[in-house]
Design a protein around this ligand. Structure first.
Ligand code: ATP
Length: 374
């Protein structure tokens, strides 16, 4: 990476520029920042260092800041009192359960990056079909932060639509997030899909927020993100139905899931259950079922020497995107193409499966009698 690199972007004060450049030099030396070559040359920060957010990207001098973590609250009343201190108005937004991407214009070309700062060829192709040019022509240094769902390499396939990208934040420069009301207006002006808005609340309107989250829970929505009107503060709060559903959907691949995934969900749902006096027996049954149905199903597959897998579907224009997706996913799991067909418009629809090798291997060996010391 050129040491005389000139950084571009809004909000890049001399101080931030210096911080970024020196973090880049140190990061590259220590392996905390890496160079990548994928369509364009760029550098990404693999972890947060010297105040630079993980996932921050520097591509052709353009800085796309990593999307920061949002604090989780486990209980509404005290969580808001503690984290929304001094806030007058809160904007409630639905928390969409997809995968986090950032879309930015780099020297006039649209690119999408994953949370970790990888250039995402799949999302890049989709974003280029979304008519975002006018937005980026008028706002060249803004970054659209969003959640993508649908027929993607990471989310459940659907026949209702192809993909959807819900924008939940706009970074106006270097981590300067646009206040929600302004963002809604701007997205509407450019016809860009926004995350669903759930209304505004006073931070002490606990009754109103309780009603809202109960209705989200009933609708099996993941939860909500609450943002102060100036967007300086934000917290996330999720629902137990979504937690239990997550467990039900993943317990069959338990050894391929990150440590902590299950602890978190059990704890979160217990807090919610207690706060809302939900029926403990009923939830205990559902939670047990979520674990046992998935696990026994997987054990049966293991006994039969079968693989634990999951199917995905994507629709792409450029066949190279599939190569890139495959290459990227293969680092964690096995990938096998099931079928590929050309659509009328020339695009390729590909169905593939991810093979959860670690879970398959362990369950098969346990089923075959392997003994382990705990
Ligand atoms: P973290 O953000 O703390 O790293 P994580 O990556 O595990 O956690 P979650 O716990 O699911 O993610 O919650 C935060 C993420 O939720 C955001 O990074 C974003 O991708 C996603 N999200 C969905 N809807 C919204 C929304 N309305 N506002 C902000 N983020 C949202």
């Amino acid at each position: 990476m050129d040491r005389k690199l000139v950084l571009t972007g809004e909000g890049l004060t001399d101080e931030i520029t210096q911080k970024l450049l020196s973090a880049l030099v140190t990061g590259l030396k220590k392996g905390k920042a890496v160079r990548e070559y994928n369509d364009i040359e760029y550098a990404r920060f693999r972890e947060t260092m010297a105040g630079i957010e993980r996932g921050t990207v520097i591509a052709k001098g353009r800085v796309v800041r990593g999307f920061p973590q949002i604090k989780r609250i486990f209980t509404l009343k005290n969580g808001l009192a503690r984290n929304m201190d001094g806030v007058d108005t809160i904007h409630a937004e639905e928390k969409i359960d997809g995968f986090n991407v950032r879309v930015a214009s780099i020297n006039g070309e649209i690119f999408a990056f994953s949370r970790g700062g990888f250039l995402e060829p799949f999302v890049t192709e989709k974003a280029r079909e979304m008519k975002l040019e006018r937005f980026f022509r008028d706002n060249p240094f803004h970054t659209l932060c969003g959640e993508m769902i649908g027929n993607t390499p990471f989310t459940a396939p659907t026949s209702e639509f192809d993909v959807r990208l819900f924008i939940f934040d706009i970074d106006r420069g270097y981590g300067d997030y646009m206040p929600p009301a302004e963002r809604y207006e701007l997205l509407e002006k450019y016809g860009i899909l926004s995350v669903p808005r759930l209304g505004t609340f006073k931070p002490d309107d606990i009754d109103g927020l309780r009603k809202l989250v109960l209705s989200l829970n009933k609708g099996k929505r993941e939860g909500m993100v609450l943002k102060s009107a100036d967007r300086k503060k934000a917290v996330k709060y999720v629902t137990p139905n979504a937690d239990i559903e997550d467990i039900a959907n993943t317990s069959r691949m338990i050894f391929d899931m990150p440590i902590g995934f299950y602890y978190q969900r059990v704890l979160r749902s217990a807090f919610f259950m207690d706060d809302f006096s939900l029926d403990r027996e009923e939830h205990a049954k559902r939670l047990g079922k979520a674990f046992y149905e998935g696990l026994t199903g997987a054990i049966r597959l293991g006994r039969g020497g079968k693989e634990i897998d999951e199917e995905f579907e994507i629709l792409i224009r450029d066949p190279k995107v599939w190569d890139a997706v495959r290459h990227h996913i293969s680092r964690d799991v096995g990938v096998e193409e099931l079928w590929k067909r050309e659509e009328k418009d020339g695009r390729l629809r590909i169905r593939f499966r991810k093979i959860y090798k670690r879970t398959t291997k362990l369950l098969t060996s346990y089923a075959n009698g392997k003994g382990v010391t705990d």
